[in-house]
Design a protein. Structure first.
Length: 307
C-alpha cells in the first residue's frame, strides 16, 4: 500500500506504527511528492501498449505498481514546482482495482460546502439554513429571521466563526461572508468515519465559544454514541460523495438533535485519538490492509461493536 503525505504528518506516523505492530499482512510505503522534486524519491514509469508499469524508490525500499492494492491520499506537501505531485498522482490514477482513501477527485468534489449541505440534506440529516448575502439588508433579514440568530463564516479559508451580534453586523458589508443559522447547542461532536466505522467524541468548551476549533487543545473530549438515524445519514452521505473517510462536525441542540455542519473529506483525526483513545489509527490500518468493503458497524464509546 502507498500513503501519499508529508514527512511531518503525525497521524500518518500513528497508522505506520499500527501496521508495524499489528500483524497486518502488508506494509506501507510513505511517499511525499515533494521528495520526487528534490530527488530523494525516484519515480520511473513505462507507458507502452496501453499499460503503465512504474516503480517508486527511496533509500529504504522500492515499490512496484503491481504491488499496490490500496492508496491513502493524505496530505502531500505542496511546492512551487509540483512536478512530482503531477507525476505521482498521474501514475497512481492508472491503477485499476485499488482502494483509495480517498480518491483525489472525491476529495475535491466533497470539499465544497454547498455540495456538503445538499448531500447531507439528501442523506436525511438536519442542516442549518445558509445564506450568501449580496447586500447588508439581506444579511440583516436572514439574521433577524433566525430564532437563535446567525453566525458568519468563510468557505475558502479557515477563518474565524463569529456570532452575528448587533454590534458586529455593520462589518458584514465590508467582506464576503457566509451566514449560517445558529444552532442553540449543548455541545459539538466530531465523528471520524472510516468506512462504516464511526468514532464519535463530544467536544465541550466554555459557554460563549462559537467555534470549538479556536481552542482545540483546551477543549474537553468525551466518547459518545451516535444516534442510529444520524449514523445511517453519515453512511448515506459517504456513499453519495464517494468517500471512505470523512471527519464530520455536528452541533447537538438543547433537544438532543444532531445538526450537520460540515464534513472534511481529508480532515484531521489524530487529536481525537490522543484525547479519547478511540482506535482510529487501527481502523485506518485495517481499511488499508483489507480492500474489501467493511461490514456496516457503529462503534460504542468504548470502541467496540454494539451488536
Amino acid at each position: 500500500m502507498v500513503a501519499v503525505t508529508s514527512r511531518q504528518d503525525v497521524p500518518a506516523d500513528m497508522v505506520v506504527r499500527q501496521l508495524g505492530g499489528g500483524g497486518y499482512p502488508c506494509d506501507l510505503h510513505r511517499i511525499d511528492p515533494a521528495d520526487i522534486d528534490s530527488g530523494y524519491v525516484r519515480l520511473s514509469a513505462d507507458l507502452a501498449s496501453g499499460g503503465c508499469r512504474f516503480t517508486v524508490t527511496d533509500r529504504y525500499r522500492t515499490t512496484r505498481s503491481e504491488q499496490i492494492h490500496a492508496i491513502w491520499w493524505r496530505k502531500p506537501t505542496t511546492t512551487t514546482r509540483d512536478e512530482g505531485h503531477a507525476q505521482l498522482e498521474g501514475v497512481l490514477r492508472t491503477l485499476a482495482g485499488v482502494r483509495w482513501i480517498n480518491h483525489p477527485d472525491a476529495i475535491v468534489r466533497a470539499a465544497h460546502k454547498p455540495t456538503q449541505l445538499l448531500m447531507a440534506h439528501r442523506a436525511g440529516m438536519l442542516t442549518p439554513a445558509v445564506c450568501l448575502p449580496s447586500a447588508l439588508d439581506d444579511a440583516h433579514r436572514f439574521a433577524d429571521a433566525r430564532l437563535a440568530g446567525a453566525i458568519a463564516k468563510t468557505w475558502a479559508i479557515k477563518g474565524p466563526v463569529r456570532w452575528v451580534t448587533p454590534q458586529w453586523r455593520e462589518r458584514l458589508a465590508c467582506e464576503p461572508v457566509v451566514l449560517q443559522e445558529r444552532v442553540d447547542k449543548q455541545y459539538d461532536v466530531r465523528v471520524t468515519a472510516v468506512g462504516d466505522l464511526l468514532f464519535a467524541a463530544s467536544v465541550h468548551v466554555p459557554e460563549g465559544v462559537t467555534d470549538w476549533r479556536s481552542m482545540q487543545e483546551k477543549a474537553d473530549y468525551r466518547r459518545i454514541d451516535v444516534p442510529p438515524e444520524t449514523a445511517q445519514g453519515m453512511w448515506t452521505y459517504l456513499r453519495l460523495q464517494g468517500l471512505t473517510y470523512g471527519a464530520f462536525d455536528f452541533a447537538v441542540d438543547r433537544d438532543g438533535l444532531w445538526w450537520f455542519l460540515e464534513c472534511n473529506p481529508n480532515g484531521q483525526w489524530g487529536f481525537v485519538e490522543l484525547k479519547t483513545g478511540l482506535p482510529i489509527a487501527r481502523a485506518l490500518a485495517s481499511a488499508l490492509s483489507a480492500p474489501a468493503a467493511m461490514a456496516q458497524t457503529a462503534l460504542t464509546p468504548s470502541g467496540g461493536d454494539p451488536r
